[in-house]
Ligand binder design. Structure first.
Ligand SMILES: *Cc1c(COP(=O)(O)O)cnc(C)c1O
Length: 219
């Protein structure tokens, strides 16, 4: 049992309003670290690599909710479709169609968030506001009965500039207002990481994704 991880976890939990969910981002960390938090009641863990998530899923308790937070390739969806709880990183219609197909094979409905590009940094991933809204309004998405859009996700710029972070979080919260009108009930806003989760919560986050502040730095 790693006492430091437990202490870190409890500090983060103290700062959390009740309505905000914590995804403990366990990527690159051993399964023992996950077990430590599991024993303290944490059930939601986030990973960004399919193979690593599948290995951990097999080894760990089955009531863990696994969240995919990293870029997901269509060809890998089938590996996580039987058990994934929430995919944060839907960044194309093609991916959504694939998730729907594999969810159907597994007789389930898979919850998804649309990833929006809110940072100043160049990134290949995430919709612009208009692209995301067009997708939600499209005829194609209405045919997908085995996915459920629960809300939006975004990654802010890697910076300590609080004004810039605030403006990016506010932008995602504004996008969420629009998208939740198109898909009623899709009110989740996944934003905020180790360095900025308090600011994200102040700006409307409902799901924070915290890794290194809990588990320590990654190699
Ligand atoms: C790694 C990662 C996190 C967690 O990052 P920390 O700064 O360690 O809290 C959150 N979200 C995504 C998408 C990530 O890839």
């Amino acid at each position: 049992m790693n006492k430091l991880i437990v202490q870190n976890f409890e500090k983060v939990k103290q700062n959390l309003p009740k309505q905000v969910k914590l995804v403990a981002v366990s990527k690159t960390k051993p399964k023992e670290d996950i077990e430590t938090l599991y024993q303290k009641g944490q059930r939601i863990f986030g990973e960004n690599r399919v193979e690593e998530m599948v290995t951990k899923f097999k080894e760990l308790p089955k009531d863990i909710e696994w969240h995919m937070i990293g870029h997901l390739q269509s060809k890998k969806v089938k590996k996580i479709a039987p058990f994934i709880s929430l995919i944060h990183s839907i960044d194309s219609l093609k991916l959504l169609i694939e998730v729907n197909k594999e969810a159907k094979k597994n007789n389930r409905v898979i919850d998804c968030l649309l990833q929006f590009h809110i940072a100043q940094e160049e990134s290949k991933y995430g919709f612009s506001e208009q692209e995301g809204i067009d997708l939600l309004n499209s005829a194609e998405i209405k045919k997908l009965k085995n996915i459920q859009i629960k809300g939006v996700m975004g990654m802010a710029t890697f910076t300590s500039n609080q004004e810039l972070l605030t403006s990016e979080f506010k932008k995602l919260a504004e996008i969420s207002k629009l998208t939740s009108i198109i898909i009623p009930g899709s009110t989740e806003i996944s934003m905020g990481m180790s360095g900025d989760y308090l600011l994200a919560i102040q700006n409307g986050s409902t799901i924070i994704r915290v890794g290194s502040t809990i588990f320590g730095p990654r190699n």
